[in-house]
Write a new protein. Sequence first.
Length: 372
Amino acid sequence: MASVRTEALTKRFGSITALRDVSLEIADGEFFAVLGPPGAGKTTLLRTIIGLETPDGGDVFVDEERITETYPGDRDIAIMFQNLALYPDKTVYGNLAFPLKQARVPRREIRRRIEETAVKLHIERLLERKPAKLSGGERQRVALGRALVREPRAMLLDEPLSALDALLRLEMRSELKRLQRDLGRTLIYVTHDQVEAMTMPDRVAVLREGEVQQVGRPEEIYHRPSSHFVASVIGSPPMNLIPAVVESANGRLRVVHDQFVVEALAPVERLSAGGSCYIGIRPEDVHLSSGEGFAGRVYATEPLGGETVVDVTIGGRIIKLITAGASGLSQDAPVRVTFDASRLHLFDADGTTVLSSAGDGSLLRVKDAGRT
Ligand SMILES: Nc1ncnc2c1ncn2[C@@H]1O[C@H](COP(=O)(O)OP(=O)(O)OP(=O)(O)O)[C@@H](O)[C@H]1O
Ligand SMILES: [Mg+2]
């Protein structure tokens, strides 16, 4: 087990900068996720850490030992690639044994490690089968086993669950989390799935176009996103973003939209009068109301069984909200909604967060534009 650190890693492919000044510190035994949209540089980051790509700048350290120029096979880090390819002609046992034979591990030790790994992954009964005779989930476990069996200092997994169907994915999510906890092995887990990034790791780094946007515990990133990009990649459905105009009244900041006004009750920097900005609110913090609230109409409903996502048109803009159970609302029905002011976010015109109330109701107030 080991800590992993990258220092200002930069990697270019011709005119594309796949990684730009990426500095991350992953603690010994940590479950660390890297979240980002396609092309963000996630795979390149893993390939650079393991040594399959040479960085144009920066360094990689394992346990504070600089390994930037170390041969990949000598780094003692295992990787499970995005397109998990098992050897089709080898049995599960053969697949697991392969990396160990390459590392010249003695035969008896190979057997011991494979048996131990197989028990952990519940694949003891599959050892003599060929990959073609395995289910998707079983294949996934074997691929994982191949990374685990080497007992590496750290493991890198590149979207390991992306090839699975929804149900299996759900099952593997909790199994993988348990497994990592049980093994206490340092794990860097790449995903573009916001649910995985929210539910599995100790911490997440959000990557965009090769740059780290934010690093923190999932709930920190959820409640205090550093930008509306980060706010939109974590949480489902994503945060509502409502364009508004900044007004300054009596030295206090007011943000105005056709239907409502958001007043900052604390000083807010970096927003100037007349400029544009965004109000952000998550769907679960918008509530249907039978009394006060902003008037809107139901645009569509998405019943999910336990809850319903309701799209409401307010001032020509669709705002999503989540309500428990069935909404009982039909299309075009008039409704009123309220915002939980203690869960509002303000972003400047560039999308950088200027204020997240994150449970603190004393920071912002929402009013109906008609009544101010
Ligand atoms: N070998 C290469 N040659 C040229 N460009 C590359 C190469 N590898 C990656 N890139 C480019 O670098 C950028 C980052 O790619 P990378 O594969 O790291 O993204 P990713 O975040 O893993 O995406 P995905 O979610 O689709 O797997 C992309 O613009 C990609 O086209
Ligand atoms: Mg990738």
